[in-house]
Design a protein around this ligand. Sequence first.
Ligand code: FES
Length: 106
Amino acid sequence: MEWIKVFSSGDEARRRLKENVPQLLIMNATRLCLVLRNNNFYVVQDSCSHNGESLSKGIVNHLGEIICPWHGHQFNLITGRECSERSSDLSTYPVKEDSDGVFIGL
Ligand code: FES
């Protein structure tokens, strides 16, 4: 796994991201969806496993599920699982935060 730095610090990330608002990241030609929620970072593949819509255009509900704007499939941000098993699980990516910054593992 390669750790890619996305912010120079956790503080910078929390200043630039809005809580529960998905953010598209493109890293090494891979589209990812990053969410700051309850002070933690979550990353899933950006492409919805149902029909490919960009999940970073979706919303996050009070349960911590990202909802695809196209047909409403709901995915758990931690596990990537679609809540009603209507489509396959999303890939999830680890995030680490330390004194050197915030990193995503690809
Ligand atoms: S493309 Fe996401 S629910 Fe259909």
